[in-house]
Design a protein around this ligand. Sequence first.
Ligand SMILES: *[C@@H]1O[C@H](CO)[C@@H](O)[C@H](O)[C@H]1NC(C)=O
Ligand SMILES: *[C@@H]1O[C@H](CO)[C@@H](O)[C@H](O)[C@H]1NC(C)=O
Ligand SMILES: *[C@@H]1O[C@H](CO)[C@@H](O)[C@H](O)[C@H]1NC(C)=O
Length: 175
Amino acid sequence: MEKWSVSTTTLAASTAVMGWLLLVVMGGPVLHKVGGSRGWIDHDVNYTEWSSQQHVYVGDWLLFMFDKRYFNVLEVNKTSYEKCEERDFMKNVTRGGRDVVQLTEAKTYYFLSAGGYCFHGMKVAVNVQQHQQPAEPSPAPAPAPSSAAVSPAFWPSIVTGVWIMVAHVKLVLMG
Ligand SMILES: *[C@@H]1O[C@H](CO)[C@@H](O)[C@H](O)[C@H]1NC(C)=O
Ligand SMILES: *[C@@H]1O[C@H](CO)[C@@H](O)[C@H](O)[C@H]1NC(C)=O
Ligand SMILES: *[C@@H]1O[C@H](CO)[C@@H](O)[C@H](O)[C@H]1NC(C)=O
């Protein structure tokens, strides 16, 4: 009975480690602070430039830090973004001035600040990408599958997989 519980603990620990490794390998959700250290502010930041330096994936979050006395955050469509049209926005993200929004779809999201600040550049377009598949898509058409083509990033999960198999075998032998 005691041996059982030890093995079960090992198995649980291995599973937890594998989950953690998968998170590290695949990349967990990331919080992107819009505008970097300057935050969401009038004049000071080129948000087009900021956005082009980000790698944003489905499940990530945006954090808008701003003075809510002057600014707000509205999600709009592309047309409204381009025209700085603040009426009939899609979603009001504004709460207290430290506001987050989760990006749940692979598409371009558009945000602006109303009150005329959009015309000064307080608007941002964020291109959200789907997470990469484990096997890197190759630009070459249908390459022959190679047995040696294992991405280096996957070795940790393989090691963990073997570890779990060993734990399983131990469990079966002891049981
Ligand atoms: C912001 O940066 C982009 C890309 O570098 C540039 O094309 C654009 O003119 C800049 N906008 C402003 C208002 O400076
Ligand atoms: C974008 O939103 C505006 C304002 O609600 C609306 O008039 C327009 O038709 C929308 N455009 C698209 C492409 O959905
Ligand atoms: C957005 O929501 C905030 C907080 O609920 C509210 O104070 C503000 O008036 C709203 N803005 C618009 C344009 O609806």
